[in-house]
Write a protein that binds this ligand. Structure first.
Ligand SMILES: [Zn+2]
Length: 368
């Protein structure tokens, strides 16, 4: 059974509500609770197409479990146009990244573990989820108020906290498809069939995937310190499904199948229901995911094809200095890397100042 509701996540100065669609797929009993959202960054529209294709798969073969889809999850960001472009990565008033405003206080974990050490897994799961819900409610009800971006994030997080599986769909600027996966879910991460993966630690930095997995992972780690085994109860990933300002429905269909294939191992469909053409999968640790900053200003020729390994010393970008036009030397600077790497994404503009983040690379890569 598929139904749509609308949720207010803010209010515009004109008094109009900032409103998001929430699509609920109520499948047969016995499956997980799954939450997917897209487009929290305004220019990153591809995830909406993936959700549309994913919903089509659900209509074709109804899944087990309870699935919530939130396309266009940031109605303020998507309307943040400047000239031809959509900005929508940062709140234009505060400058805060829309995807760093989720809420978790790690200091709740240790006292919770002490208080629940002898209880069974089910009781612990329910009690901890209740505690997380309570934290969000308290935060929203602060007598001092919360920022616009926090209000949006908290309303989204109230839905996500109910789920066993949270998938946040983004894109890079100009980008190859890549995935942020918590280390404990490495094996399952292969199922998405996304070629480049960054393996995440249990720290919380304010993003949705971390807000979903960090509490449960830190809970598991703290119980382990106290000598009690308690597995991580929630899977969460950020899927970066191409470039901003771009819609590719054919690729969206393939990525929707990858998501469904991952959800097969989580119990939504029988194994083998969805097919993908396998890709070569590379991974590295978050610490080895490196930015390359422009050594000087200029106009950039991006040379390294995204997703393809480049050896140390090979030029990845040529920075042109057209203010020197007329001279015969020093008209450009070539940039290379000190180690082998795989370019994941690059800056969206060819016109940069010194210190601009030109590229991001996987280094010290390994097969996923
Ligand atoms: Zn994003």
């Amino acid at each position: 059974m598929i139904s749509t509701a609308y949720l207010d996540v803010g209010q515009q100065p004109s008094g109009e509500p900032a409103r998001i669609p929430v699509i609920t797929i109520k499948g047969q009993e016995g499956g997980p609770s799954v939450y997917l959202q897209a487009n929290v960054h305004g220019a990153e529209i591809q995830g909406n197409a993936v959700l549309e294709r994913f919903l089509a798969l659900c209509r074709q073969r109804p899944p087990k479990g309870h699935i919530t889809l939130v396309p266009m999850a940031n109605p303020i960001g998507i309307n943040q146009k400047s000239g031809e472009f959509t900005l929508g990565r940062f709140d234009p008033i505060s400058g805060d990244n829309w995807n760093r405003q989720y809420w978790f206080q790690p200091d709740i974990v240790a006292p919770f573990c002490q208080a629940h050490l002898t209880q069974d897994d089910n009781t612990i799961t329910q009690a901890f989820r209740g505690l997380l819900q309570q934290q969000l409610e308290q935060r929203l009800a602060s007598p001092w108020g919360v920022k616009t971006g926090q209000h949006l994030a908290l309303r989204l997080q109230q839905m996500a906290v109910e789920a066993d599986i949270v998938l946040d769909l983004h894109t890079g600027p100009i980008s190859a498809r890549h995935l942020y996966a918590p280390k404990y879910a490495r094996e399952r991460a292969r199922r998405f069939n996304i070629p480049l993966t960054i393996l995440m630690p249990s720290d919380f930095g304010g993003a949705m995937d971390e807000a979903a997995f960090s509490p449960w992972w830190q809970l598991s780690e703290q119980f382990a310190r106290l000598g009690r085994a308690f597995g991580v109860q929630v899977d969460a990933f950020t899927l970066e499904l191409g470039s901003q300002e771009k819609l590719d429905v054919a690729q969206a269909e393939r990525d929707a199948a990858g998501i469904a294939r991952y959800l097969e191992v989580m119990g939504c469909w029988p194994e083998g229901t969805h097919k993908v053409a396998p890709e070569t999968l590379h991974a590295c640790d978050l610490n080895d995911y490196r930015a390359l900053y422009s050594p000087c200003a200029g106009q950039i020729e991006y040379l390294a094809p995204l997703g393809q390994p480049v050896p140390a010393g090979a030029p990845v970008a040529r920075i042109w200095h057209y203010e020197r036009l007329g001279r015969t030397d020093d008209l450009y600077t070539e940039v290379s890397l000190p180690c082998d790497a795989i370019p994941v994404l690059h800056f969206a503009s060819a016109n940069v100042q010194q210190g601009t983040e030109l590229f991001k690379f996987l280094t010290h890569t390994q097969p996923l």
